[in-house]
Design a protein around this ligand. Structure first.
Ligand code: NDP
Length: 499
């Protein structure tokens, strides 16, 4: 087991020293107007990394004003110039990949390989993808049949104005990217509010955007608590749209708070995704997919395959493989070379997940492995051993509620109809997985599942071109793809009389 005696690398010191001035408005970095600060911890050790500014309504107000002032010239910038800036930022992200990955690992706990290839790699790819869109975002000339005389109509895709982006702590850089890149490509300006637990990569991202040449005020950053800075942003009358990723509970608060000003919303919320394994599947592959599905990012993934539904005939073999692999996963500080799984993001999140482990035990599920914190050198960090429950019933809390930790609930089923019905019997609908070698079954089940993404014989695959978002209480609107871009625009029909 890796020792946690790892300190922040010296090369990050300048950024950690700058962090108390983490509010960037109109290109200028400052502390919070009311002077508040928040400690940022390394979840692997519980030690304080640095402090960030605790922005409040006063800071949000100034940030929205700066974004509003920058909007007219940003929307008028040529599509080519806008795309070039996004592309230049993607290059800078790649050039600074090591630093960004270390920040993400220190702040969130995830292993460096995940930070580097998933968070930073996919963020750079997403900026590059949206860099290509400003020059392709076009309207239509619908074929009309006017009641009187001759006219023609064309449509324009116009930006909305100031967008508020509120992102969580599980993929801080990536989620900020998924909001900012399409919003900016479509000609909007932005105020970003990261989670107060993981704001460092957002701070660096906004600095890099300035280096790439984004004009002051186009991207503004207000760090702070959700109930202060976040709440002020969702209530602000100068904000045209909120794009949010986080819990369903906070998503509901945003819907209520935004009703007065009728803000547009994209909400990417929680999940309880079913990962369904049929007996004709390649079980070795399915086992790998199930492990990645639940243990990536310590299970703190909105689309985690947290309900593993296994056909009764495949159950014992699959669970045997999963248990063996889960017991071998090496816990440790994310910066250590041999770490395969890091700590949870915070003491609060660890307590929350431990409560679910207790409830699983209390409600009669069988704990196959994990369910406990490691002792010894890792005991100061927020670690939990990879946990697997079998004999899980649909009515148990561990089968129906989002745990957001490394806890897998294994359920059994007997036939396809039952699998699809029970997979759909949740308020959520973010993602699902299907493992089978029967191509007809694969498509039948994929079509029957109520989920925004269905993976067949794979899991947790993401690409900036493929829309991502939820059915039901997992939210509405989509991140990624053209669909996300269009969500940051409004359509104007222009009629031209020809008589
Ligand atoms: P939240 O949904 O509360 O946090 C997500 C973001 O929303 C953060 O930036 C947070 O800020 C902000 N926020 C919180 N309250 C408000 C508000 N009133 N107005 C505006 N913004 C707000 O998630 P938690 O951090 O509380 O995590 C709790 C649970 O939520 C997890 O266990 C998990 O189940 C789920 N979750 C799901 C995510 C997903 O990707 N679907 C991501 C994160 C959590 P701040 O953190 O600074 O308070």
């Amino acid at each position: 087991m890796t020792t946690p005696q790892i300190r922040p690398p010296e090369e990050l010191r300048p950024l950690l020293d700058r962090a108390p001035r983490s509010i960037i408005i109109g290109g200028r970095a400052a502390g919070a107007a009311e002077g508040g600060e928040i400690e940022t911890l390394d979840p692997a050790t519980g030690e304080v990394l640095t402090r960030i500014a605790a922005g409040t309504a006063a800071d949000v107000d100034r940030a929205v004003a700066a974004a509003s002032a920058a909007f007219p010239s940003w929307r008028e910038l040529s599509p080519d110039a806008r795309g070039r800036l996004l592309s230049d930022l993607s290059v800078l992200i790649e050039e600074n990949a090591g630093e960004l990955a270390m920040l993400e690992t220190l702040d969130n706990g995830k292993p460096m390989t995940e930070s580097l290839y998933l968070d930073v790699g996919l963020a750079a790819q997403s900026w590059r993808y949206y860099a290509g869109w400003p020059t392709k975002l076009s309207g239509q000339t619908p074929p009309i049949s006017p009641m009187v005389g001759q006219s023609f109509v064309y449509t324009r895709r116009e930006p909305l104005g100031v967008v508020g982006a509120i992102v969580p702590w599980n993929f801080p850089l990536l989620m900020a990217t998924w909001k900012l890149a399409p919003a900016l490509a479509a000609g909007n300006t932005v105020v970003l509010k990261p989670s107060e637990m993981t704001s460092l990569s957002a701070l660096r991202l906004v600095e890099l955007a300035a280096e790439a040449g984004f004009p002051p005020g186009v991207i503004n950053l207000v760090t702070g608590y959700g109930h202060q800075a976040g709440q002020a942003l969702i209530e602000h009358p100068g904000v045209a749209k909120i794009s949010f990723t986080g819990s369903t509970a906070t998503g509901r608060r945003i819907v209520t708070a935004s009703a007065g000003s009728l803000k547009k919303l994209t909400l990417e919320l929680g999940g309880k995704s079913a990962n369904i394994v049929f007996p004709d599947a390649d079980l070795a592959l399915a086992a790998q997919g199930a492990l990645t599905g639940i243990f990536l990012n310590q299970g703190q993934v909105c689309c985690a395959g947290s309900r593993l539904m296994v056909h009764r005939d495949a159950h014992d073999d699959l669970v045997g493989e999963l248990e063996k692999a889960a017991r071998e996963i090496r816990l440790g500080h994310g910066l250590a070379d041999d770490t395969e799984m890091g700590p949870l993001v915070s003491a609060t999140q660890l307590e929350r997940v431990m409560r679910y482990v207790e409830s699983g035990r209390d409600q009669g599920a069988t704990l196959v492995c994990g369910g406990e914190r490691p002792d010894g050198p890792l005991s100061d960090g927020y670690y939990l051993r990879p946990t697997i429950f079998t004999d899980v019933r649909d009515d148990m809390a561990i089968a129906s509620e989002e745990i957001f930790g490394p806890v897998l609930s294994v359920l059994t089923f007997d036939d396809e109809e039952e699998a699809v019905r029970r997979a759909n019997s949740t308020e959520y609908g973010l993602a699902a997985g299907v493992w089978t070698s029967d191509i007809k079954r694969a498509h039948r089940v994929a079509h029957g599942l109520q989920a925004g993404t269905v993976w067949v014989n794979t899991y947790n695959m993401l690409d900036p071109a493929a829309p991502f978002g939820g059915y039901k209480a997992s939210g509405y609107g989509r991140d990624l793809g053209e669909e996300s871009l269009l969500g940051f625009t409004q359509t104007k029909s222009v009629w031209v009389g020809l008589d």
